[in-house]
Design a binder for this molecule. Structure first.
Ligand SMILES: C[S@@+](CC[C@H](N)C(=O)[O-])C[C@H]1O[C@@H](n2cnc3c(N)ncnc32)[C@H](O)[C@@H]1O
Length: 390
């Protein structure tokens, strides 16, 4: 990830503009005075830069939750801040800040809120979860120009790699999303998807709550699949296969198929690796037989008003649960323009979201993205508003 090591951190007078980048304000961690966030805008992207003391020097990098794609945006912002604050640069991996010609067109890269506002219209939709190198996704898209493919991946460099390929091959039937596929599924209208591919998901043997396959994921998949639509799991991990099989057969009703070492049209990078090692490959296919109820989610992410600093700062480090999920207050910051900024996780126990909330006297809002509009998130938002404003 792009970063710069500087000798000492020098705050600048905010707001400021330099090399096309706007720095709005700084937010300083209330408990650790060596960590600051800088609210930044470049082109239409809003995000934080993170400044942190590390042994012997200071690290300037992008902040994880708000980090924008493509990477050149972050690189330009980092260089602009270093130059504006006249920082002495000790080392940097931010050299090439040019926009990659194949990333200039990013119409195929949607964000989660684009889907929430208007789900793309298509007769046939297929979804690939965790497309990695994109080999399977792009092969399918080239072979089936009349089908819309939605590729979801949380690893940003893989998303950029796939975006380049889409632009090089001029594909207009692929949409990419850099987001947790488990949450994305909750926004997909019912009965419209013909295939969901989950090929070689990370087994997460030590952190099973991070696995893609779960009862909630299978239930959501069944809801979004059209009758006779299929959810395809392909894995080399015997453990993951056994876990998934147990999860699939615990459903009250399902049509399932299991295959071992079955060849498919295109072998992914992972598959090639496992084949070379002569590992077995397992497939579980769920065939949906039912028509589901239409998706209906309504709610609001508006907050009440008021800034009670003592109340807000007392929340730092605390966790609050109810029947649907939880809110955990991770860190608190005071901003140079008089607001309180909170970093928190919110949502269901298995799929929380990491968010920032800025509380000002006359307005409280999420920065820079709101939670995904799911039923649980609307409920947990209300709960959060109560914690912040009473
Ligand atoms: C082992 S790789 C397999 C990649 C590809 N399917 C293949 O067969 O080569 C698993 C991929 O899933 C992605 N991933 C893991 N959890 C995810 C999630 N919840 N939503 C979307 N992508 C996820 C990871 O970033 C990783 O690229």
């Amino acid at each position: 990830m792009p970063h710069i090591h500087i000798e000492t951190f020098k705050p600048i007078p905010f707001p400021a503009q330099h090399e096309g980048v706007t720095f709005h304000y700084m937010a300083s961690n209330v408990k650790h005075n060596n960590e600051h966030l800088i609210a930044t805008t470049l082109e239409d992207k809003e995000f934080f830069l993170l400044v942190k003391d590390v042994p012997e020097n200071v690290l300037l990098k992008s902040e994880k939750i708000t980090r924008p794609a493509p990477t050149y945006i972050v690189k330009r912002a980092l260089n602009a801040y270093a130059s504006l604050s006249q920082a002495k640069v000790l080392s940097s991996n931010v050299n090439d800040t040019s926009k990659n010609i194949h990333l200039e067109k990013d119409a195929s890269l949607w964000n989660i809120h684009d889907f929430a506002e208007k789900f793309p219209d298509a007769k046939d939709v297929r979804i690939e979860v965790g497309f990695g190198s994109g080999r399977h996704l792009l092969h399918q898209a080239k072979e089936n120009p009349d089908i819309l493919f939605i590729g979801i991946e949380i690893h940003k460099p893989s998303v950029e790699q796939a975006l380049k390929q889409i632009n090089i091959f001029g594909l207009d039937n692929v949409i990419l999303l850099d987001y947790d596929a488990r949450l994305f599924l909750e926004l997909v209208p019912s009965n419209i998807v013909s295939r969901i591919y989950v090929h070689f998901p990370v087994p997460w043997d030590k952190k099973p709550h991070r696995r893609v396959i779960s009862t909630a994921f299978i239930n959501e998949s069944t809801r979004v699949l059209a009758p006779l639509g299929q959810l395809e799991l392909r894995t080399d991990s015997e453990n993951y296969f056994a876990y998934s099989w147990e999860t699939f057969i615990s459903l009250t009703k399902a049509r399932l198929q299991v295959n071992k070492n079955q060849e498919i049209a295109i072998s992914s990078k992972y598959e090639d690796r496992w084949k070379k090692m002569e590992k077995n490959i397992y497939d579980i296919t769920l065939i949906n037989e039912e028509e589901s109820q239409p998706l209906s989610i309504e709610g609001s992410f508006a907050f009440s008003k008021g800034l009670d600093e003592e109340r807000l700062l007392a929340l730092t480090g605390s966790t609050h649960k109810n029947k649907s999920g939880f809110v955990h207050f991770e860190r608190s910051y005071k901003t140079t323009d008089g607001a309180i900024l909170l970093r928190l996780s919110l949502g269901s126990f298995e799929r929380p979201e990491h968010l920032y909330v800025r509380v000002d006297t006359d307005i409280t809002d999420y920065l820079y993205t709101k939670p995904v509009p799911s039923k649980v998130n609307f409920m947990m938002h209300k709960f959060l508003d109560g914690l912040l404003h009473g």
